[in-house]
Structure formats: C-alpha cells, structure tokens
Design a binder for this molecule. Sequence first.
Ligand code: FUL
Length: 473
Amino acid sequence: MLRTTITTLLIVLTCMSGEAQLVEQVGPVPSTKQMKWQEMEYYFFMHFGPNTFSDLEWGTGKEAAGIFNPTALDCRQWARIARDAGAKGIIITAKHHDGFCLWPNQYSNYTVSESPWKNGRGDVLKELSDACSSYGIKFGVYISPWDRNHPDYGTDDYNNIYVRSMTQLLHNYDEIFELWWDGANGEGPNGKKQQYDFPRFERTARMLAPQAVIFSDIGPDIRWVGNEKGIAGTTNWSLLDTTGFSRGIGAPPNDTLNMGNINGKNWIPAECDVSIRPGWFWHANEDSLVKSGKELMKIYMTSVGRGAALLLNVPPDRRGLIAAPDSASLMAFKDLREACFKTNLAQRSRVTVSSSRAGYLPSLLVDGFRFSHWAPLKDSLTCSIELELETPKQFNTIMLQEYIEAGQRIEAFTVEALNDSTWVPVTQGTTVGYKRILQFPRQLTQKVRVSITKAKASPILGEIQLFDCPDYQ
Ligand code: FUL
C-alpha cells in the first residue's frame, strides 16, 4: 500500500516537474483557477429570497422586505447536505433580480436588515460562508446586475451602487470561488435601461477576489451553456470567441454557447445551471416535482460527462431548510454516481499504443490520475490505444480525459471492442476535453481500442476508464 502510494506520488511529481514543460501548449489553455474550478465538477446553486415567500420566480422588487422571514434557517444543514451529496461548493443568490440583499448591504434599503428575520440582525451570507468553511466546501455568490428595486437603477449612479455593494460583500465574507453574473433582464421595451459598467465591475472583482472565476454568458472565465436543462453539446469546446458580443441579449447564439468554438480565442469552459425543481425558487406545489436520483444521473452524464460543470440548484424552503424530497433525491443521486464509477474495469490493463513520445508511458492512461498523461509522437494527429483487461469484463461506459493543461485537441474518436478476433465499433464521439463519458450497449470482452481519428494537434490523454453501470442516456 505504502509502496503504491510512493510510486504514485513519484509519477505525479515527475509529471509536475518535467512533463508539463515537454508537452507544448496548443491554442488557449485554462488558467490555474479555471483548472481548480473544472476539477470541482459539481456544486450547488441556491435561490433564496422574497420569492421563496411570495411564490414568484421574478420578484417585482416591490414585495415588502417583511415577507422574508424564514422560521428555522440553518445554513449548516445546506452545507452538510451539499457535502454529503458530493457537491464541492454552494453559490447563493446574494441578490436576485428583485434587488433584495441577503446581507446587510449598506447601499440598499431592501435587505435582511429591513426584514423581521432575527429582528433585522441576521446575515445569510455570514451564516452560509461560515457553514461552507466548516463543512469544507467552497462558497460563491450570484449578484444580479438587473435590479428591480434600487431607485438608482437605470442611471449611471447604479454602477457605483453595484460596485460598492460588491466591494462590501467581497470584503466582508470568506473567499468566494465563483462570481455569477446573470444576463437576464425583463424590463421590457418601456422599462428602465441600464448601461452596466462591466469593465469596472470586472476590475473590482479581479482586485478583491483574484482567486474567483467569473461566470456570465460569455465569461470571462466560465460561460453559460445556452440552456437551463443541464445539457452541454455532444461537441463541447472549452473555447469561445467573445469579440463583438456582450452579456444578455448581445450574447452569441445559444447553440454556440452550447458547443463553444473549435478555434475560439479564449479558454471559457461551459457551466450547466439547472434546477432540481421546475422553478429556481422553492414553491410548495413543486415538492412532488423534484427530479429523481436517476434524472439527476442523466443530467450528470450530459453536463460533467460532456466536459462542463454541473451547477445544480437546490432552493431552500420557507423554513430556510432544504426540503426532504430534495435531500432524498440528492442522496439517491450520490449513491447512483458512486455505484456507477466505483470500479474502474480498465485499471491495471495492459496498454499498447500506436506511438509514444519519450518519457510518456502508456500505463499512465490507466493509473487513475488525469494529471499524469500520455502523448504520442508530436506529429501524430491520430493514434490508437489498445487496452487489454486483466480478464474478460462486461462494461457499457467509457470515460476519457484529455490533459487540457496543454489545450483541448481531440476532434473525433471511436471506441471498439474485440469480439471473436474482430474489432466491433461500440461508440464514437467528437470532443473529449476535461472529461467525456459515453454509454453504449453492454460489451463482454478483454480488449478495447480507442482511436483518435481527428485532432487539432497530437492528442494528449490523461485517463481512460471503463465501467459497468445502468444506462443513463
Ligand atoms: C436566469 C434568471 O432570470 C433566473 O431567475 C435564475 O436566476 C437563473 C439561474 O438565471 O437568467
């Protein structure tokens, strides 16, 4: 056991020190914080505020602050459920479109301080950031640019208000991992028009939260996936061209956001925001409509399984707690995920490849670490990898990972199984990126062949894993 750990450590250290320099980067590559974010894979979104009490999805900003009065709010319950569900963080609607602030924002008169909750002395962000740190998960914030309450909205001064509010928030609470900028605006043709000073918002956020990734339709760090169903494109480039586009109605078409741009100039991977319920906020009549563990598994396959991150919304109820149907589904989801990916049937298989670059062992493809990677000869734009399993095994799921630190390269691949000395195609795909999971009819074989049939540059792969798992496609 100790020996295995030491060997693994040595391999990882070797890769960290030497190999990263040997593999050339192709096109844009992720920053360190984008990489850390990508590895989180799955985290919670929480929509909570006056809408929870008024049964609305888009509050008008005129609902009395007095309606915000959770009877048993317990952020530790949220963080505990998130951790137990395997989620790596929580992003909370610090301010939704109605303008209500879940913290005592001195630049607004529409906040928890104006509510009866804890006699106006409560602070949801403080409670949540503390709870996240005690449960070892990350904390993030959604601060809606659109504001239906603030009297200055629609004037230049609103930009000052937004920057001051954000500054106060980023100063006073724990480090955030992600800042979420919603592009929605439902003011309508006769509504207020706000010219957001996004460059200034961005400069402020970068200065105060340099560790955080910023999400919006077009990044700068993370992009919207183009739908709210949890479905990334089967082709999904973590690259995007943003020149000439803006947030909200000026964003690229949804299918571009869904697939990215093959030759995009920026590394801006996709995040799939989707709710466990039909709405983003809690509504009593949706208690029976909570997505099941199996439905969440399907979403996992179309989000994380296509190289995006899964931002799963779990809205607290009027007590200020995650309701029982939601936590039951989350635990079912966790159990299904663990059962699916528990046994990697490709581990310790014998790997034969079409070519290898000096120093890049094919066995690194099946060592359980994405970071330790294999590379074919530099000029090989195509390659094949044959896995010989220890014994014939039954499986229906493949997981592939590119070493994206060197850029996303793979454009097309096929998977075959050896059946009575004939290679039989079992599945095929386009992009791989950080992670690609594909399911196919169950195979019983000892040999599997993955062929990269098209790539922008020689493909660098970190992992190939095989599983036998129920069908979630
Ligand atoms: C949308 C918003 O309008 C919804 O209310 C919700 O917050 C969702 C995550 O983003 O753009």
